[in-house]
Design a protein around this ligand. Structure first.
Ligand code: ZN
Ligand code: ZN
Length: 356
């Protein structure tokens, strides 16, 4: 549960009388309600949760600080929000611009009885950047489940097995170890498929000599994990080892230098410079990493454009890669938390090139 003072501070800064929270992750973060359906209405005087009858019990038990109001046939969301607006004398109401369809905006703008209906940036999402100890426990455990899955999958990687089988096994192992669900669609990319950073696993049968990139994660108590390992089935060749070593050096150099106070783009540059100096800069197209929490991709980023300073308590992934068309690819990814004087890596799986 969060400090509501932070939401009140946003109301004050933005000169709002109340705010309508529609992003399901922000609803959960602020209220505890996991249903991701409906709205939170937070004014200076009250906290209300509007949702539908499928979630009555969940809302009442998960969000004890909020007055739960259920929509029904006669009273739709706009009518309920209007009642709250009248009760708290709200003139200026904010809404989450990043999470509002144009159609909903049009209808609310017409129906809601406020003087101003104002878009608010990602202020609420940014409250989620610095993780609490309780959140870190969940994130650590989510990544630990990934470690278990990686360790077990090594015994299943052999010639003739398809990418889809490996993906299914990773997912099965994670769920058997307490994962609620996947944090994103599992990526298993073997051989030349590894040249696509976000390849979808298919019926391709792994062959001896293939590099296999596996990018996978799960959700534990609502919190996501994310990790990638690339292994070789059979004996690796010189070029595979060359690109593996470059990616590994880029990844470990960033982690060794990770501490708060630098901009996201400066970390991206550390990895990008290593890969570029080795002659593979054109094959590292994506950003170095992203934050993770209730959502798999959160701000801040490790990207060429990220001007934000990385603060202690921020979760970040470090995931450089090299992807060569018609050859294959390598990516290595850990999820970690930035601490006061460095970082704590949540992933503990081996990173030397494993040949199976
Ligand atoms: Zn990943
Ligand atoms: Zn990632």
């Amino acid at each position: 549960m969060i400090d509501y003072g932070k939401v009140q501070a946003i109301l004050n800064e933005r000169k709002l009388d109340a705010i309508l929270v529609s992003d399901g992750y922000n609803m959960r973060y602020i209220s505890g309600f996991t249903g991701a359906t409906g709205f939170l209405f937070i004014s200076k005087a009250s906290k209300k949760l509007f949702t539908d009858s499928r979630y009555t019990v969940a809302a009442q038990t998960q969000a004890p600080d909020f007055e739960v109001v259920i929509v029904d046939g006669a009273r739709n969301y706009a009518a309920l929000i209007n009642e709250a607006i009248a009760a708290d004398s709200v003139n200026v109401l904010g809404f989450e611009a990043n999470n509002f369809s144009y159609a909903r905006y049009e209808s609310f703008k017409k129906e809601l009885k406020v003087k101003e209906f104002v878009p608010v940036g990602n202020d609420l999402s940014l409250l989620r950047v610095k993780k609490t100890e309780e959140e870190l426990v969940n994130l650590r455990q989510a990544e630990h489940i990934g470690d278990i899955a990686f360790n077990e999958i090594l015994g299943h990687l052999k010639p003739g097995v398809t990418e889809l089988e490996i993906a299914a096994k990773l997912e099965y192992i994670m769920k058997c170890n307490g994962a609620e669900k996947l944090s994103f669609e599992t990526i298993v990319a073997a051989g030349v498929n590894g040249s696509k950073p976000h390849a979808e696993p298919g019926n391709y049968k792994i062959q001896s000599g293939d590099l296999v990139t596996m990018d996978f994660g799960c959700v534990y108590n609502g919190y996501c994990s994310d990790m990638t390992r690339t292994v070789c089935v059979g004996k690796s060749n010189a070029k595979q080892r060359e690109i593996y070593d470059i990616v590994l050096k880029a990844q470990t150099t960033v982690i060794d230098n990770l501490k708060p106070g630098m901009k996201g783009k400066e970390y991206d540059k550390i990895a990008r410079d290593i890969i570029t100096e080795a002659g593979y800069g054109q094959y590292f197209g994506h950003g170095l990493g992203h934050s993770v929490g209730l959502e798999i991709h959160e701000d801040p980023r490790f990207s060429v454009a990220e001007e934000r300073i990385i603060e202690p308590g921020t979760i970040i992934t470090v995931e450089p890669g090299i992807y060569i068309p018609d050859f294959g690819g390598v990516r290595i990814e850990d999820m970690l938390v930035v601490t006061e004087d460095g970082c704590e890596d949540f992933a503990h799986s081996r990173k030397d090139l494993i040949e199976l």
